[in-house]
Design a protein around this ligand. Structure first.
Ligand code: GLU
Length: 305
């Protein structure tokens, strides 16, 4: 008789909290892929693969009015040209609205959400919502939906940025999960999909650092497990501005894929790789991946700004 052997999982990774690693790259098609997003793609990919994990691409396109024409095709074309391959079929959030609605139903049943009729005009420039509609018991139809937050500190240990805390009640107030126009907010879609896709580790730009506590809060209420976070330094242009679609960062050109990839790998403080086919360059970057080399800031000059 053969002894029963149980399936083996990869070794327990950093922090010992997860014995497997599923990471993701989740671009919003609000503009073409630029060098800053390539840095996030490289870091999330290398970190996942260096942990013998999976890496998933997800298109975050719930905010239909902000979708920039053809940017989704550009992002996917670039990822392909840069040698990236999602380990599971790519999902598109705009096709998953019913799933997010059912998460809202779950929260309604537990009385965690309420309808809010406050318009932008009423709220003015005050960024902290003071709970005006919390006890009004408004009908949900055609109103925004907000989730209640509580007066407590939420903290997490970021793998690069150290401890980060927020008291959502003081810093933000009850926040919107679904807008009046019916658009599902990024915060809800990201938390639900990270859970449903079994994501264990998030690697993304530091511009999303301040969103993390509200995502942790939402995840806790929905009963999802806590994730590991790593927020990368932002790529800045010569004027010290964040490289973004708003600052008209250059769309990447797939004709120069190998050079761009090398530049993204070295911008992350990693040892250079040999110019080769992009997939092989990525494999070398994975083998050399060391997060202790990631710099605190990334300053770009020349063509990538
Ligand atoms: N879709 C978001 C963006 O493109 C990123 C979401 C995330 O990584 O959590 O900025």
């Amino acid at each position: 008789m053969f002894a029963h052997s149980s399936p083996t999982l990869p070794d327990v990774q950093e922090g010992g909290k997860h014995d497997l690693y599923i990471g993701r790259f989740a671009p919003s098609p609000t503009g073409p892929l630029h060098f800053g997003s390539l840095i996030t793609a490289v870091a999330s990919y290398c970190d996942a693969k260096a942990h013998a994990g999976q890496w998933i691409v997800r298109i975050e396109d719930t905010d239909i009015p902000r979708i920039y024409p053809d940017s989704e095709q550009h992002i996917l074309k670039c990822l392909d040209a840069f040698g990236f391959e999602s380990d599971v079929e790519i999902i598109y959030q705009r096709q998953r609205i019913a799933i997010y609605e059912s998460a809202i139903d779950q929260l309604k049943q537990k009385n965690w959400v309420y309808a809010c009729e406050c318009t932008r005009k009423i709220l003015g420039s005050n960024h902290i919502y003071t709970g005006t509609c919390r006890d009004k018991q408004l009908d949900f139809k055609d109103q925004a939906i907000r989730i209640k937050v509580s007066d407590q500190n939420i903290c997490f240990q970021d793998r690069l940025q150290g401890q980060h805390c927020s008291n959502l009640h003081h810093d933000l107030g009850d926040f919107v999960l679904k807008r009046r126009d019916g658009i599902i907010n990024y915060q809800l879609a990201v938390v639900v999909d990270d859970y449903l896709q079994g994501i264990t580790h998030i690697v993304r730009g530091s511009d999303l650092l301040d969103n993390t506590e509200r995502q942790i809060w939402l995840g806790q209420i929905l009963g999802y497990p806590q994730l590991e976070y790593m927020h990368l330094p932002l790529a800045m242009n010569e004027q010290g501005q964040k490289l973004s679609k708003q600052n008209l960062a250059h769309a990447l050109d797939t004709r120069y894929a190998a050079q761009c990839l090398l530049d993204a790998i070295t911008a992350l403080g990693q040892a250079p790789v040999d110019i080769d086919l992009p997939a092989r360059m990525l494999a070398q970057a994975v083998a050399q991946w060391d997060i202790s080399n990631i710099p605190q800031g990334i300053h770009l000059t020349g063509i990538y700004q």
